[in-house]
Design a protein. Structure first.
Length: 321
């Protein structure tokens, strides 16, 4: 469905060049749910803008549904429903009018338009508010209406650029319930960008993006298993000594030990030693205040590949929409 090869985008300005997307390659299969996981400025939105022909790649190629985006932009856009990162509804219009407007823009005849609008408002759980001004909608409802609108012309690919950014946890969950529901009922390929781990975790495959590059890609399970079977977290009086002990005894931990707040170190269980996490903990000749063992998550994977963490949900600077 999507095939990107060595895709690159350099923004040029008088103050210098900025490489926003640095030669990335990925493919997304028909019906797949694929995520780009990356922090602010990773290049996610720039990639999407190239996918929908709003930006020309500096080099490289992108094919969607067999069509080259650069040479067939209109045909490609017909096949894509896009939910932009920044809200794009007209909030002086009602929900229904927003759909009408979009439907006409795409040249959908009125019978089909009505039928699809009714169906999608129903799937997205906003039928009852169809004649209310969008201005009066909550952030989550606006997002759901944007998704309904993006699906009106029956695209085969739905692109969602950080669809739940700035929503409270309850609205985020509800937006996701509806996305899953529409996938079940309509069936299409979904391309998502997010910096929330849990969202990427529910996708079929994920590409981890940092500073314009894809640093790892695969199923969430595979990526976590490739990192390690277990993550150990150890709190001690003297983290520097523990750090020194770990590196001298388990050389593969060099560069993989992360300090968390006070005196806690987090690190993967060194692979290939036939050692249980408990064996390793018992071998430590220093007083331990607290220790725990858990499975790796995508944040661990991200840190391993980039040396720094993703922002947590609570640290989200860019507030509500
Ligand atoms: N129009 C532009 N001109 C110059 N630089 C830009 C432009 N748009 C984006 N950039 C830069 O390109 C890089 C990638 O930006 P992009 O918006 O693609 O990231 P992102 O992953 O979508 O981030 P976010 O999570 O904040 O939305 C950033 O360094 C950004 O500052
Ligand atoms: Mg973005």
């Amino acid at each position: 469905m999507i095939e990107a090869k060595n895709l690159k985008k350099i923004y040029r300005s008088r103050r210098g060049d900025r490489v926003a997307v640095d030669g990335i390659s990925f493919t997304v299969g028909e019906g797949e749910f694929f995520s780009f996981l990356g922090p602010n400025g990773a290049g996610k939105t720039t990639t999407i803008q190239m996918m929908v022909a709003l930006l020309a790649p500096t080099s490289g190629e992108i094919i969607i549904d067999g069509l080259n985006v650069v040479t067939s932009p209109h045909e490609v856009r017909q096949r894509i429903g896009i939910i932009f990162q920044d809200p794009s509804l007209d909030d002086r219009l009602t929900a229904w009018e927003n759909l009408e407007f979009h439907g006409r823009l795409y040249g959908i005849d009125s019978r089909t338009r009505n039928k699809r609008s009714n169906f999608l408002l129903d799937v997205m759980g906003i039928s009852e508010r169809r004649n209310d001004l969008v201005r009066t909608f909550s952030g989550g409802m606006k997002r759901r209406l944007e998704i309904a609108r993006g699906l009106l012309h029956s695209p085969r690919l739905l692109i969602l650029d950080e669809p739940t950014l700035g929503l409270d946890p309850h609205s985020r969950r509800s937006v996701w319930e509806y996305i899953h529901r529409v996938r079940r009922e309509v069936g299409m390929t979904v391309f998502l960008t997010t910096h929330y781990l849990e969202e990427a975790d529910s996708s079929d495959r994920v590409a981890i993006m940092s500073s314009g590059k894809i640093v790892a890609q695969g199923t969430p399970d595979r990526l976590k298993k490739d990192l390690s079977s277990e993550m150990l977290s150890v709190e001690t009086e003297n983290p520097d000594s523990l750090n020194a002990y770990l590196i001298s005894h388990y050389s593969s931990l060099e560069g993989q030990i992360r300090r968390e707040g006070d005196g806690t170190l987090l690190f993967p269980l060194p692979p290939g030693l036939d050692l249980s996490p408990w064996d390793l903990l018992r071998s430590i000749p220093l007083p331990i205040r607290e220790a725990s063992v858990r499975r790796p998550n995508l944040d661990d994977v991200f840190i391993y590949h980039t040396g720094s963490g993703l922002k947590s949900e609570n640290a989200d600077k860019r507030g509500g929409r």
